[in-house]
Write a protein that binds this ligand. Structure first.
Ligand SMILES: Cc1ncc(COP(=O)(O)O)c(C=O)c1O
Length: 397
């Protein structure tokens, strides 16, 4: 059988790739601490489940292709409160932020096109771009410089006649970097001058730890043709299984193009859309409490990391990830070894080796990403296991 060359060019998710090793370790009775997957343990607000119970339609029908009005309006109002004026018909509801990325990239990229993305980046970007026939032009960033990339010369060095868009996650997955208003404006100016889409993946928007709320790309004025935002309820409301996200743009032509995808896939889940609309009724105190919990976890993780000799990391400003360069030859080998050979009191650790967060070959081989989505006590223990694991791995040559 012949398979699509585009699909064959895609890789498996680095977050899920080590699952078979983990299964074997668990079969041997090992307890594994999971810092590898961004699945929050925070409870989903009960209003979601109440809305599911209260759903009283006799038929679970298709929703309108762009989304159910109650959810579109809830998202419009959410943005209105942060000073971003959008209309309900600037929004297309998708099956998670993942589908929003797919419909957007399928709308703007062709064979041979390029998209500029700072690396390290969320690896599924690579899958979604590759399936369009386009390629990623990475802007390489380093932990020593806080993974910052919004520098005119660096971005413009990556732009050529094939470039169609610039895409970044803000706050960053995997870097935790938060862009300043000046950086966003600079990127928007560059996008406008070069006639490019500027795509902000803001699925981690509520998780910023510097005191100031995140500035959304949608708050910038004068860039309506360029700006696109990808959003989701997954992380914001700890509702990953709802699979509800959206693409937001004031660019009417782009909206109309992406609508063809929306109509092709018919609609996102009706019941999950209705229940997700209810999520938007939670007040600011919900986000404050969740943010404080993540802040404490971040501090527990970086406190532990600081004590491990030879580790380089950039203090995360947002999202719930920390990237770190370890004093080992190869983080993937370390992960496999920690699952197959290592244990401390019957326990071991999973993280995400970060090489596949980079497009540039042979980059990030000794780096890992850790998601602080487990409780503080477990995070402290995880850092002990990491320290012991690195020491034992290096001493067995
Ligand atoms: C940066 C980023 N964008 C998009 C997504 C997609 O999330 P979902 O499809 O659950 O909305 C994720 C999930 O981890 C992510 O980390």
């Amino acid at each position: 059988m012949k398979f699509s060359s585009k699909m064959e060019a895609c890789g498996l998710s680095p977050m899920r790739k080590f699952a078979p090793y983990a299964l074997k370790a668990e079969q041997k009775g090992r307890k594994i601490y999971h810092l590898n997957i961004g699945q929050p343990d925070i409870e989903t607000p009960p209003v979601f489940f109440d809305a599911v119970r209260d759903f009283s339609q006799p038929v679970l029908a298709y929703a309108p292709s762009p989304g159910v009005p109650v959810l579109l309006d809830a998202i419009r109002d959410y943005y209105g409160k942060i000073g971003a004026k959008i209309a309900s018909d600037n929004i297309l509801i998708s099956t998670g932020g993942s589908e929003a990325l797919q419909m957007l990239l399928a709308s703007i990229l062709d064979d041979g096109d390029e998209i500029v993305i700072p690396e390290p980046f969320y690896p599924n970007y690579s899958t979604f771009v590759t399936l369009t026939g386009a390629t990623i032009r990475p802007v390489t960033t380093r932990p020593e410089e806080g993974y910052r990339f919004a520098v005119r010369e660096r971005i413009e060095a990556c732009i050529n006649e094939h470039t169609r868009a610039i895409l970044f996650t803000n706050p960053g997955n995997p870097t935790g970097t938060v862009l300043t208003a000046e950086e966003l404006k600079l990127l928007a100016d560059i996008a406008k001058e070069h006639g490019l889409f500027l795509i902000g993946d803001e699925v981690y928007r509520e998780f910023v730890y510097g005191g100031e709320p995140l500035m959304s790309l949608l708050q910038l004025e004068g860039y309506d043709e360029n700006v696109v935002v990808v959003d989701s309820v997954s992380k914001r409301f700890s509702a990953c299984g709802a699979r509800i996200g959206c693409m937001i743009t004031r660019n009417r032509e782009l909206y109309n193009q992406a609508m063809k995808w929306c109509q092709g896939r018919l609609c996102a889940s009706t019941l999950d859309q209705v229940a997700s609309a209810a999520l938007y009724s939670v007040g600011p105190e919900y986000f404050e409490a969740v943010r404080e919990e993540y802040r404490a976890r971040k501090d527990a993780l970086t406190e532990g990391l600081k004590k491990i000799p030879g580790v380089v990391y950039s203090h995360p400003e947002g999202a719930f990830y920390v990237m770190a360069a370890l004093p080992v030859d190869d983080a993937e080998k370390l992960q496999i070894w920690m699952l197959e050979e290592f244990e401390d009191a019957g326990e071991t650790l999973m993280f995400t080796p970060a090489e596949s967060f980079y497009k540039t070959p042979d980059t990030g081989r000794n780096e890992i990403r850790m998601a602080y989505v487990i409780n503080r006590e477990d995070i402290r223990r995880s850092m002990e296991l990491l320290a012991k694991g690195i020491e034992a791995y290096n001493s067995c040559g």
